[in-house]
Design a protein around this ligand. Structure first.
Ligand code: FAD
Length: 415
């Protein structure tokens, strides 16, 4: 049976950084897919929002259940480190709105290819198409069974199998089982960054449309959150950074059986009064223009049509035929379009919030406090960051910290 120094299970963002940092010819990474970092390809809408260029303080505030837990990991390997690693290897990056960092190619494949290229130059080996089935610890060694009957042994083990978001990318929750069998406790399944389903069926015709809005979330008529940003209409509801970041709050209120509404301000540049005055003036001035054409200055074309259908106003109505009641309705809905949430689409979550309990992991090394020489990194750890590149950074930083710790121990073991 082959005995390794370290085995890394899962070749996603955290696992590949662990393997690169470990740079050890007696260590191996096992990945069940036929490629590494498959999930990276779908991140950031296919562009990969690879990190966030925000300050350390911003990072501390951008994780649910306390960003402080990652203080050592981020101090050790931060946003500038991943940017510099990629840039040194010809993957140039750019910073966009809200400090989101993307490859200049706008292609997630550039990040994936570059990380694989770097790994290919490191001493750590990797094996594809290897599905780990079982892990046991016997006499200071981990016994790892993969595929049908392959068995290997290692002194150190990194579990970097991800959570269970988007299982088709390989992260289908097996890591939870491995951690549990090794003695760890998992948090209760609790959302993550997920889209929401709406009762407002008319919005389904807007599928794929992205708009920038100011929004307010209300639970039982009480305001619970206000935010600005882009939303995207989906086949059954809405998604986009501001929705993903609010989904756990929404979930909390829905669990209390509260009525959750999302109010969209589609004309944030005007107050109610200003919009009213403007509509009255414009309706007189452009009296022969159709309401559909007129609305284009506030809404994308596709949305104008569905918006008017929803308000039961014929799209061809000319402005001087719009009566007062209709004008008030237009004003009210442009300023506050109310959507009602039916449920959070947990199965479509981008990132899982549940995982191995943090109190069972040492934040200075990401080693298990229950099993010596076991390291738990990436999304498998309880909690998640908000949308914006924070989750990938968490994966790299925890992966690197675990590998650095192991590297030191391997060096001590042999001296
Ligand atoms: C649609 C989508 C878009 C996203 N966009 C962004 C974004 O733009 N920016 C951002 O910061 N975050 C984004 N995320 C989140 C980010 O992708 C994750 O936080 C990150 O990939 C987690 O890294 P990880 O290494 O923990 O897990 P993963 O990247 O999920 O990797 C886990 C790996 O383990 C392998 N594995 C699992 N079980 C086994 C087993 N039994 N044997 C062998 N291998 C196994 C899997 O095949 C997989 O390759 C997005 C997520 C999704 C789903």
């Amino acid at each position: 049976m082959t005995v390794y120094n370290a085995v890394i299970i899962g070749g996603g963002s955290s696992g590949i950084l662990s393997a690169i940092c470990l740079n050890d010819k007696h260590s191996v990474l096992l990945e069940k897919n036929d490629m590494l970092c498959k999930k990276i390809l779908i991140t950031g809408g296919g562009r990969c929002n690879l990190t966030n260029n925000g300050s350390f303080d911003t990072y501390m505030k951008s994780f649910y259940n306390n960003g402080n837990f990652y203080r050592t990991a981020f101090s050790n390997f931060f946003n500038r480190d991943i940017i510099s690693l990629l840039e040194k290897n010809d993957c140039k990056t750019k910073v966009e709105e809200n400090d989101r960092v993307f490859p200049v190619t706008d292609k997630a494949g550039s990040v994936q290819e570059t990380l694989i290229k770097i790994l290919n130059r490191s001493k750590t080996r990797y094996k594809l198409n290897c599905t780990v089935k079982e892990i046991k610890k016997e006499n200071d060694y981990f016994i790892i069974k993969y595929n049908d009957s392959e068995i290997i042994k290692s002194k150190y083990l990194i579990l970097s199998t991800g959570g269970n978001a988007y299982p088709k990318t390989g992260s289908s929750g097996e890591g939870y089982r491995f951690a549990k069998n090794l003695g760890h406790t998992l948090t209760q399944q609790m959302g993550g960054l997920a889209p929401v389903a709406l009762y407002d069926k008319w919005t389904q015709k807007l599928q794929g449309l992205t708009i920038d809005v100011k929004l307010e979330i209300k639970a039982n008529k009480k305001s619970v959150k206000k935010d600005n940003g882009s939303i995207i209409f989906t086949h059954n509801g809405i998604s986009g950074p501001v929705i993903l970041n609010s989904s756990m709050d929404i979930e909390k209120h829905l669990r209390k059986k509260e009525d959750v509404k999302i109010n969209l301000d589609l004309c944030e540049n005007y107050s109610y009064e200003e919009l009213d005055t403007r509509l009255q003036k414009d309706f007189r001035k452009h009296s022969n223009q159709s309401i559909k054409t007129y609305l284009h200055q506030y809404l994308p074309k596709r949305m104008s049509v569905e918006f008017l259908n929803f308000l039961d106003i014929d799209e061809s109505t000319i402005l001087n035929q719009i009566n007062r009641k209709q004008r008030v309705m237009l004003r009210d809905n442009l300023k506050r379009l109310t959507l009602t949430v039916s449920h959070v689409l947990e199965k479509e979550a981008f990132v899982t919030n549940s995982g191995v309990k943090r109190k069972e992991i040492d934040p200075n090394t990401f080693e298990s406090k229950i099993v010596d020489n076991l390291f738990i990194v990436g999304e498998l750890v309880e909690g998640c960051g908000i949308s914006g590149g924070f989750n990938l950074q968490q994966a790299y930083s925890t992966g690197v910290l675990a590998a650095k710790t192991i590297k030191e121990r391997i060096s001590n073991d042999s001296s």
